[in-house]
Each structure stands twice: as structure tokens, then as C-alpha cells.
Design a protein around this ligand. Sequence first.
Ligand code: FES
Length: 157
Amino acid sequence: MISIDAKKQIDVWIAKYPKDRQSSAVMQALKIVQAENENRLSSDTIQAVADYLDMPGIAAQEVATFYENYNHKKVGKHVIRFCHNISCMLNGADDLIKHLENKLGVKTGEITADGLISVKKVECLGACVGAPMFQINDEYSENLTSDKIDQIVDNLK
Ligand code: FES
């Protein structure tokens, strides 16, 4: 369920925490396992992470379902997490999300026909000073405009 390569990556994170605190690596472990499972987590893969970290499955499940960066259904190769919380909303996020949906030909929660991009609306990503903003994979893009979005999305293709 967890590849040897993924276990090696997880072990690097486990080593960063005190002995018997391997469960502290759960967020990174879930991220690593998600990356090698088509960018999503199933109940089985979450349980496999919990078993590897010797922690209760429900605790890993709680982490995996609390944070927006874990996917539980099929997503595109690139996931655009568009913040629509207060700072971003006040700076035009709603109109920009519509612009992005029109550009990609999908609604929030859908995947482009080529399977390349999916869009999610998420809560504050802690980059309010750069609102409006979104996250693509691990990278933040801030002070978005429709032109900037077009450029970023075109570079993904
Ligand atoms: S409200 Fe969008 S990053 Fe905080």
C-alpha cells in the first residue's frame, strides 16, 4: 500500500521528531502517499499511513479530512485551490474564480477534459496580505488579476 520509496521519504520526516513521536510526521506522510496515488487519498491509504506511523486510524483520518490539501476524490494533475475567504473575497476573488472557471471551461470542483487541472474553493490560506490568491500544488500565487491568472494557467499547459 505504501511503496518502499514513499516509506524512505516518510522516514526522513519521522527522524525530525523525538523518538516515539512518529505520528507527528502524519501530514507529510499523507502528502507523500497522496502524491503516489493519483493525487488522492482513500480510506485504505490513510489507514496504511496510520499503521506505518503506529497511530490510530481515526487520528490520521481526522487530519486527512480537516485540511484542504488532501484530496478524497479524483482531481487533475494540478489542483488550483482558490481562496474565497474574507480578504480574498473583498479583493475580487469571486469575479476571478468565475474568470478562471470560464477560461478552463469547468466549474469549481470539476476537472478539465484533459485531466490536467481541477479547481477548488478553499478557506484562508494564510496569505491575506497578497489577496486575492490561490495555491497550485505547493506554490502560492498572490495579488491575482485576470491577466495574471491567464498567464499562470497557460504555463500549466
Ligand atoms: S483570506 Fe485569502 S489568504 Fe487569507
